[in-house]
Write a protein that binds this ligand. Structure first.
Ligand SMILES: C[S@@+](CC[C@H](N)C(=O)[O-])C[C@H]1O[C@@H](n2cnc3c(N)ncnc32)[C@H](O)[C@@H]1O
Length: 378
């Protein structure tokens, strides 16, 4: 187990807040598991790991403009924590969310405020004591282990934290074990898809990347909201771990999955369009797009048979679409990439989770397929 915090280097602006450095950390060691080293990862699945925000920048977490930028009240309403629950605020900092969450779970509930930096936890304790909150337990986590008991949490919340984890695979493994049955982990990350979010690139994440990373670490998408001004909110549940025998299952090719997703997109499946509707600026375009798709789309022969018993049970789409729709002909002069995540559930409880990318020409391509599993195993 790795216990120490990475060496503080010079303070570098993390927007307005200082940061502790992660450069020069790729020392010699096993390349197979960078998380066996204290330095951890400088990159994970193609994205940079951001520097940990240093405790001396803690006042920035309580800045006056934060509520306008992040709408923490709306986030906590969406989380809907109840009295008696145990909620872990992982990477709690000085407790921006821990304090109101502690009120939400009282009486009988508890907030576990975990942070790497004891100075953050000291500030949090002072703030809680000042307002008479007594149901927060502080835990000094390690870079690869938040020190949570197995099956102890109803919710593990990470607000502006996940992109900073130098040991994401190990931390997620502990988080997964810490969830009670029905428990959720919720990641709140600044949207990289949106240039109007004024946060440095490495502190933002595209939704599709979060979905991919979580799927690879034993989670599956549960729900989310695009209603916050600057951040994605994505909730996950444990995915089954049992090895399953998939022989004899209906096998769907990438093309069939993509076409099925498109069919759902232009059909009656409102969840497919959820994130568009929530993004105010795109609601009108999206409705028009859907109508156009319905009018123009013709199902190619053959695919409907293999998919007709499968239902789209979860889906999120991201990015700002300006291209043509599939089946409609010429691409837009400046089409943009459009990404999606979809879960299909089969007639016998099977499920297939996949990531999709909209090509410039307007056709969907499956970029990865994960989590083929039977629902009974949950
Ligand atoms: C940007 S701050 C966010 C604080 C808080 N969640 C908030 O919204 O105000 C990120 C915090 O995550 C903590 N952190 C980073 N990696 C961590 C890890 N592996 N375990 C626990 N805390 C971590 C940092 O010490 C820092 O306090």
């Amino acid at each position: 187990m790795l216990t120490s915090l990475r060496t503080p280097l010079c303070l570098v602006a993390w927007l307005l807040a200082p940061a502790i450095g992660q450069d020069a950390q790729l020392k010699t060691g096993t390349l197979d598991d960078p998380e066996a080293l204290e330095a951890g990862r400088s990159h994970y699945l193609g994205r940079p790991v951001a520097r940990t925000m240093h405790w001396t920048g803690a006042p920035w977490l309580l800045r006056e403009t934060r509520e306008k930028e992040e709408n923490g009240v709306m986030l906590r309403e969406w989380l809907a924590c109840k009295p008696g629950q145990v909620v872990c605020d992982l990477g709690s900092g000085n407790g921006y969310h821990s304090l109101p969450l502690a009120r939400a779970v009282a009486p009988g509930g508890e907030v576990l405020a975990v942070d790497l930096q004891p100075e953050m936890l000291t500030m949090l304790k002072v703030r809680a004591a000042d307002v008479g909150i007594t149901n927060i337990r502080t835990i000094e986590g390690a870079i690869d282990d938040p020190h949570l008991e197995p099956a102890s949490c109803d919710l593990v919340l990470m607000v502006d934290v996940y992109h900073e984890l130098s040991h994401p695979v190990r931390v997620l493994d502990h988080v997964r074990r810490s969830l009670r049955p029905g428990g959720r982990v919720v990641l709140v990350e600044f949207r990289s898809e949106d240039p109007e979010v004024l946060i440095k690139t490495e502190h933002k994440m595209p939704q599709v990347q979060v979905l991919d990373e979580m799927a690879r670490n034993g989670f599956r998408f549960h729900s989310g909201t695009g209603a916050l001004p600057w951040q994605h909110v994505l909730a996950f549940e444990r995915a089954p771990t049992k090895e399953v025998d998939t022989r004899g299952w209906l096998s769907l090719g990438a093309r069939e999955v993509a076409l099925g997703w498109w069919r759902a997109l232009v059909g009656e499946e409102d969840r497919v369009l959820q994130s568009f509707f929530l993004e105010k600026s795109h609601a009108a375009t999206t409705v028009a797009w859907r109508e156009k798709g319905r009018a123009s789309h013709e199902e190619p022969a053959g695919w409907a048979n293999s998919l007709k018993e499968w239902k789209l049970t979860a889906c999120r789409v991201t990015s700002k679409y300006s291209g043509s729709v599939p089946g409609e002909g010429a691409a837009d002069a400046a089409p943009r990439t459009h990404e999606g995540f979809a879960r299909f559930s089969g007639p016998r409880g099977e499920s297939i989770e996949c990531l999709l990318v909209l090509n410039d020409g307007g056709s969907w391509r499956v970029s990865a397929v994960h989590g083929v599993s039977p629902r009974e195993d949950r």
